[in-house]
Design a protein around this ligand. Structure first.
Ligand SMILES: [Zn+2]
Length: 335
């Protein structure tokens, strides 16, 4: 299910941010450029689209779009001429040509008489040339033009870009908001468990629900067991997990490691979760000795480092990172 295709949903944990943006608009204090920063899967793009929709609708009702006016019709058809969403096209980068088209778009008058809005997602996909070209736009804002940069890794953006945008930071929502939302999507697996393996990132949890991630999680546990027993080599292990992004694999390894640590140090953290005990029992048994537990602690630190590295590097060698993590995991058995 690709939620990002829809513009019509205001996610419950984004309502407060949306109201703040509306209030700024109503008091004519809206900045000309925003940077929506935060982890991928929180719904930043959806908020950017929803707020754009609000700005363009000609008949808003309170904080809501009307869904009926000509603007709303064009928006839901994805053909509104005054909204541009710039994303990488045939590569992982946003190219200078795309930014030039944006500059051209901004220089023209709005076709429908209201705002002209550009959403760039993810902004860290701008290469150096395109980021430099975009700087001009940011330095010379034009009236009734709004630029929203959506970034999962704002630290990777050029400082000159960041400093010219008004930063809005997004954090993971509370489970009081995300669990009912996830349940409303009719997911088959328990919402709380999906959120747990998705590190409380709701759109990632939804993606996991579609992807049968709970099953894949037990595949990962089997891979980890076989690595410890010397029954699988590193390349095979990486193959089994390549279905997921490196970020997701690292999160899954972190969750699994911390579950085992908690289990062996304090007893089951959550005995009510059936998945927890059955699935991890044999792995957890392996880590009963103090030496192995210490090695697992060190492995967890390596995962934290790997996560930092991939977050601060624009193009890490993903397969190499995953294989080296599996190598370190397998070597715990030799300690
Ligand atoms: Zn409308």
């Amino acid at each position: 299910m690709s939620l990002t295709e829809k513009t019509s949903e205001l996610l419950p944990w984004m309502e407060e941010d949306f109201r703040q943006l509306v209030a700024l608009k109503e008091s004519n204090k809206l900045a000309h450029a925003y940077l929506f920063g935060g982890q991928q899967g929180l719904g930043k793009l959806l908020l950017a689209k929803y707020f754009s929709h609000y700005l363009l609708c000609s008949n808003t009702r309170g904080n809501d779009v009307c869904g009926e006016c000509r603007e709303c019709q064009l928006l839901s058809a994805g053909t509104h001429p005054d909204l541009k969403v710039i994303q990488p096209e045939d590569s992982s980068e946003i190219k200078i040509q795309q930014v030039r088209e944006t500059i051209n778009f901004i220089s023209q008058t709005s076709q429908r008489g209201g705002y002209k809005i550009i959403i760039i997602e993810p902004a860290e996909a701008l290469n150096t040339n395109s980021a430099n070209a975009l700087l001009k736009v940011l330095e010379e804002p034009s009236d009734n033009t709004l630029l929203i940069l959506v970034s999962h890794q704002p630290a990777l953006l050029m400082a000159t870009i960041r400093s010219r945008c008004h930063l809005k930071k997004f954090n993971r929502p509370s489970s009081e908001l995300s669990i009912p939302w996830l349940e409303s999507k009719n997911v088959r697996a328990p919402a709380a468990e999906l959120l747990r393996i998705a590190n409380n990132i709701p759109l990632r949890a939804l993606h996991f629900a579609d992807d049968d991630a709970l099953h894949d999680r037990s595949v990962l546990h089997t891979v980890l067991e076989k690595l410890l027993q010397g029954q699988m080599n590193i390349a095979e292990a990486a193959d089994q997990c390549e279905h997921y992004s490196l970020e997701d694999n690292i999160e899954a390894l972190m969750l699994c490691s911390s579950d085992i640590l908690i289990h062996n140090q304090m007893g089951p953290a959550n005995s009510e979760s059936p998945l927890y005990d059955h699935d991890l029992k044999s792995l957890a048994d392996f880590f009963q000795s103090g030496t192995r537990l210490k090695a697992l602690h060190e492995f967890y630190q390596e995962l934290l480092t790997a996560r930092r590295v991939i977050n601060s590097t624009s193009n890490p060698n993903r397969m190499l990172v995953l294989e080296s993590l599996f190598f370190n995991w397998a070597s715990i058995a030799r300690q």
